[in-house]
Design a binder for this molecule. Sequence first.
Ligand code: PMP
Length: 296
Amino acid sequence: MEYYNSNTTIYINGKFEKAVDSKTDLYGQSLHYGYAVFEGIRAYRTHNGTRIFKAREHFERLKRSAELVHIPFTWDIDDLIKQTYKLLELNNVKDAYIRPLIYCPPAMTLVAAQESSIMICAWEWEAYSGNKLLKVGVSSYERPNPKSTPVEAKVSGNYVNSILASTEARSKGYDEALLLDMHGNIAEAPGANIFIEKKGRLYTPPLGNILAGITRATIIKLCGVLEIDLIEKHLTVKDLKHADSAFFCGTATEIIGLASVDEYKFPLTWTESAGSTLQRAYKCLVLEKQDYEVII
Ligand code: PMP
């Protein structure tokens, strides 16, 4: 994947500059300790032009992530949204992945930063991933205990855990990992939340030990619109392995069905699942094909 080339422009601390001319400091606290926060946002080419999906929610979560780990957040969210649209225009990208990152200046100390910088970059990203189903393995890695690091914050350092789980899953022949929380309940994928379906009802783990996914929240609202029963509760691996169907969801992932978890194959045909219905509705929503925005 080419993230940038000699023409790519990034936004950095109020200015637009060439990605190839941008520098960061090898003594930065973020690089050494994973002390940075970030977001993953999508823009879609819609009949209303290029639209950043849930821009405000993402920038608000970025702010909250920074606050949770005491990284100064000094920017105006409306302005950041405006600058992000400009960034897409300058790079002439329409279906895009957008990555804002807040990082800290040089420091080898373990105390909170007094200053921070923001950079936003974007690259072309194929619209809608399609109908592949994932083979998932339950990870030997757990999600971090929220008492060790705020899991509801999108902190760079937390993603070492995600890299370990994904790498392990791939080495075992799975497409992706599923991590449990410190109590052995189902938590989430390395970069996505999970829903399971049983007897026509959907279940998803409650907030607390997982990232509060914006796609997760969107799906919960869509369930209301589509009159799909949705229950937030702690789920065990046994619940998962007795489920009819399951899916992961996230900004990058969108909604993707699971074929299996470990040796267990989900019995319901994906196209007949509630997940598949939601997948279609989500696609309409991000592409602004129907007026769901009015409702949610
Ligand atoms: N969990 C984790 C650990 C993630 O990294 C992500 C991706 N941001 C998600 C869930 C899904 O969150 P969202 O729907 O906001 O992209």
